[in-house]
Design a protein around this ligand. Structure first.
Ligand code: ATP
Ligand code: MG
Length: 647
């Protein structure tokens, strides 16, 4: 398997930022030269934009595959996200405009958030939590979740957040792996018009012996009845009322563990990714500022990611709060009480920058432009996306319908492992091409290689690697350094192997091609999933599409597509007609080699709880195998529904 990945797409549309936009931008193109001139100096300068309890003198210690950044300095991450802004006179600035799903609203300033976190730090100290201990945070999108993460950071406890949709087994696996001493949770929260109880899940997860959780701190949110384990369970509001208000943040070692976060599990068993303090915060804050063109006195930022995922860490908590920007946060889902909700919130709070996932954008497309068009979205300046390749048609829709045909759309590529954005346009600098993530972030270096580790020629696809260490990089897999070495470094030695395919076109634009494991080999051509999916989505009948390679007697592998139709087409075309139309469309659009052998019209696609398509399960279905590990699947019934369609 030495060949590169073939390329089928040729996108010619170009969108430079307007002159007015460029003039107001926080950076210009010279930032690329500065980073190139002296990479380590460039990162040191970015790190010095933060507050240091003790200045660092060393920038990088790189013993592949282990890096230490700014390692003789001391820093407090929470101080950088809170006290610093209050001391600079910005305590009255709103940190969060928050809305509950039932419509209740809260406004929390930086001064109020600082006070909350100080008290909570004292509560945690009172419960015996010390620097180096682990705390599991199993919470919904409420301001207390942010406070919990920052309170951990403040006292040097390492947090591991667990997405609120996970089961008792999922939670227990993470509590055990991280060896957590404290769990912070809620009684329940609002989701799709109902109260969704969370505390009972914690009770079940902790039922069996063998864990070291001493206390469960419970925020009251759902007001649902819950069982109470006296001696272990503590109400948040009661503990906070009794806590000392003052807490002085101390500097932590730059490499002090900040959090452990388990990957989404798209490809298999989640990995406990360890991130440390100073390097991570440096890259999160810097990328947030330059990618989204953030001025705290101008912008209102809304990243819709849950704090249970890395995007919620880097672009709800650490990056934006280090930059002292005002944010919007919401509990529950986008379509409850009505699909107007996100657009009304953008109008209500004057959101200027909106950052979400392709899966959400495709859902917005599916339900129709009528909803966003009823709100005034003219405050929006920048739109962003992360999590999966964004198909050019979805990109255009996002820019036209949500961005009024004028906002830059930044497609940001990164991973739980990278900690922060690695490949992305800069909103005020880059000429945009729909569907392309454009360029590496200044200070980052990548290579696109073949299996032998040689660079592939420009224009061809290959394996995406990161060729030098970066400040936000993972430091190891928690408790399993062997797996860390094997997963990311075995293939290319001192180059990080990301697991994704990519291509740099003749203009120097970078295209993400999906996971390397998903690449198909059809009659000797290596095809990526992303391009064929983009072609399918470009057809007016398609709402969503996933493509896999299934073994085939004549071609080696054949392209098999799973397509969700837009409701309009579901009604007017038979399944057979739709399949024939889509097979022909792909062949006409990008070539006969990519024509799907089969197109299955399905009601839904298997996704992780973070909304990513799990192609490996579709491959199992396409090859008629028993489906593999489904523990990270959001909705188990989807597989069955697809199987029925395939009969
Ligand atoms: P696991 O590693 O457990 O299988 P995961 O890779 O889905 O889970 P994350 O770290 O949440 O967990 O996702 C990172 C992956 O998401 C990337 O490796 C890439 O495949 C995909 N991705 C993220 N952003 C983009 C983007 N802008 N374009 C294309 N793909 C993206
Ligand atoms: Mg991954």
């Amino acid at each position: 398997m030495n060949e590169s990945i073939d390329s089928l797409m040729n996108e010619v549309r170009r969108f430079p930022p307007s002159e007015e936009f460029r003039a107001e931008s926080v950076v210009d193109a010279s930032i690329y030269d500065a980073a190139e001139a002296d990479r380590l100096q460039f990162w040191a300068d970015r790190a010095r934009e933060l507050h240091w309890h003790e200045e660092f003198t060393q920038v990088l210690d790189w013993q592949p595959p282990h890096a230490k950044w700014f390692y003789d300095g001391k820093i407090n991450v929470a101080y950088n996200c809170l006290d610093r802004h209050v001391e600079a006179g910005n305590g009255d600035r709103v940190a969060f405009h928050w809305e509950g799903e039932p419509g209740d609203q809260r406004k929390i300033t930086y001064a109020e958030m600082t006070a909350e976190v100080k008290r909570l730090a004292n509560v945690m100290l009172g419960l015996g939590i010390r620097k180096g201990d682990r705390v599991a945070i199993y919470m919904p999108m409420i301001p207390e979740s942010v406070a919990a993460m920052l309170a951990c950071a403040r006292i040097g406890a390492t947090h591991t957040t667990v997405f609120g949709g996970f089961s008792p087994q999922n939670l227990r696996m993470r509590v055990d792996d991280a060896d957590a001493k404290l769990v912070i949770t809620v009684d329940g929260f609002n989701r799709k018009g109902k109260v969704f109880a969370l505390k009972p899940t914690v009770d079940t997860a902790l039922e069996a012996e063998g864990h070291n959780v001493e206390n469960v701190l419970v925020v009251r949110r759902g007001e649902n009845e819950i069982d109470w384990n006296a001696g272990r369970d503590i109400w948040y509001h009661e503990a906070m009322a009794d806590a000392e208000p003052e807490h002085v943040a101390e500097g932590m070692e730059a490499e002090h563990p900040l959090f452990i976060l388990y990957t989404s599990g798209t490809t298999g068993n989640p990995k406990g990714i360890l991130h440390t303090s100073a390097g991570y915060l440096t890259q999160a804050a810097y990328t947030h500022r330059i990618v989204f063109d953030i001025k705290p006195e101008r912008d209102v930022f809304w990243c819709t990611a849950d704090v249970g995922w890395v995007t919620g860490h880097s672009y709800v908590v650490y990056g934006p709060m280090a930059n002292g920007v005002t944010q919007v946060m919401s509990e529950g889902t986008f379509d409850t009480p009505t699909p107007h909700r996100p657009w009304q919130m953008i109008e209500r709070y004057g959101v200027t920058v909106f950052y979400t996932a392709p899966t959400a954008i495709r859902t917005f497309m599916k339900i129709g432009r009528e909803y966003p068009q009823e709100s005034d979205l003219s405050s929006l300046r920048v739109l962003g996306t992360v999590g999966e390749p964004i198909n050019p048609e979805a990109w255009m829709w996002y820019r036209d319908v949500i961005g009024g045909g004028k906002t830059p759309v930044v497609d940001t590529w990164w991973q739980t492992e990278t900690g922060a954005i690695m490949i992305s346009p800069l909103a005020g600098v880059t000429e945009l091409t729909p569907g392309s993530a454009e360029h590496v972030i200044p200070g980052i270096e990548i290579g696109i290689l073949n299996e032998k580790g040689e660079p592939v020629p420009q224009g061809q696809g290959g394996l995406l690697t990161i060729t030098s260490p970066w400040p936000g990089m993972l430091r190891t897999i928690w408790g399993d350094d062997k797996r860390y070495r094997e997963t990311y470094w075995e293939k290319f030695g001192d180059k990080y192997f990301a697991g994704d395919g990519a291509r740099i076109d003749d203009n120097g634009d970078i295209w993400l091609l999906g996971r390397v494991d998903d690449v198909m080999n059809v009659s000797g051509h290596r095809l990526s999933t992303a391009e064929i999916e983009s072609s399918l989505v470009a057809h007016e009948a398609t709402a969503e599409a996933a493509v896999v390679g299934a073994s085939d007697a004549t071609t080696g592998q054949a392209v098999v597509a799973f397509v969700i139709l837009k409701s309009r087409f579901e009604q007017t075309k038979s399944v057979e007609e739709a399949e024939a139309i889509l097979r022909k469309h792909v062949a006409d659009d990008i070539g006969a080699i990519a024509r799907p052998r089969q197109v299955f019209i399905v009601p839904d696609l298997p996704k992780t709880r973070s909304g990513k398509i799990m192609r490996r399960l579709l491959r199992d279905l396409a090859e008629g195998r028993e489906v593999g590990d489904t523990t990270t699947l959001a909705d188990g019934s989807v597989v069955k529904a697809i199987q029925e369609q395939m009969r």
